[in-house]
Design a protein around this ligand. Sequence first.
Ligand code: GDP
Length: 418
Amino acid sequence: MRITGPGTKKTVTRLAGDLPAARVAGRRRLVDPQSCNVLDEAMVLWFPSPRSATGEDVAELHLHGSRAVLAEVMQVLAGLGLRLAQPGEFTRRAFLNGKLDLLQAEAIADLAAAETEAQRRQALRQLDGDLGDIYRGWSARLTRLLAHLEAVIDFPDEDLPPEIEDRILGEAEGMLAEIEHHLADGHRGERLRDGIHVAIVGPPNAGKSSLLNRIAHREAAITSPVAGTTRDVIEVAIDLVGYPVVLADTAGLRDSSDAIEQEGHRRALQRAEQAEIRLFVFDAGQPQDVEVAERWPGANTILVANKIDLLPPAGAHFLSGVLPISALTGDGLDKLLAALGERVAQNYRIEAPVLTRARHRQALEDAAAALRRSFSASFPELRAEDFRLALRSLGRITGTVDVEDLLDVIFHDFCIGK
Ligand code: GDP
């Protein structure tokens, strides 16, 4: 049980008799100060402000975690005037006390929600502050440019170097290019956070649903159900070699006069279009069907010949790059999953820290737009104003400016106790 706030010291002293030395675990018998009943034999840790998770005085009671013990201690603490923390309140206080920036606070929520290895790594990396460092770096450079520009505005007659305005412009252009490069990351971080979409497409009866069922059963770690599943696109979330993958089965690709089938077809195409990777499944006995896959050229379309169990034992010869499987017997499935895993890992081999949320993307796009506008500004005063707007947008990402309105939204998806 974790306690934070200015009353921590007094409360824990009343319960435990005294506090152990700072940051050293001490064994204490916890006693209800009113009834003098013993509550538990506990390990107590004391973190005086400011060297604590929230920046306030913090204490931890390591209890025998049964419901009865927790309920009893909770009740006694409530009697001493403490209340249950709101979801994310510890992290919110840490942010307000300058212990972390907003990106790191979000990373804690992501870490608590991470379902796969890659998500955990990405969250830890963000918690490290790499992403914040990039944005703070841009802010610092832009602040300097703004100061120079203001010097031009305020002291037009002074002996400022004549080329100073050109230099400011050149540096701002360089920065815009960096921001644009950072934005053009193919949404990898956001996808890693939310799940990488893989669509199973192909003609009707090729065995798409059978394949999805096979994979869903094979993969022990089916992660959370996916919201927004529609009737004609069925989704399964799996953990594929540490990456969160959302596998979608789509309606068959076939020309039809039936209105419902046409709608299914349209959605299947749309899903296939939006998916990052496609498994194009066709009946190995109908090799001509593979031509449909030409709509999606490139390495992100994996060609899968199904029902090889129906082929004559001599075996068929497939084009190179086609993976032969049988959804019925499970033959070839390991190779298919390995190929898919390799594809995902290749697309997501992330070197530089990447954006993880739409919120960051929006703010960066605002900053980039302000910079672009600044280049066509007709007066230095207008250019300075655009620089200021860009700075504000950058500051909103890490939480250095004006984020009061954002806090409730951000801390809303935390769990209690974080
Ligand atoms: P979808 O329309 O592409 O989703 O195809 P389904 O998964 O519904 O499969 C169509 C039919 O083919 C069903 O009767 C399946 O049992 C059968 N089927 C699917 N995969 C295989 C396979 O690998 N071998 C054999 N023999 N039959 C299969």
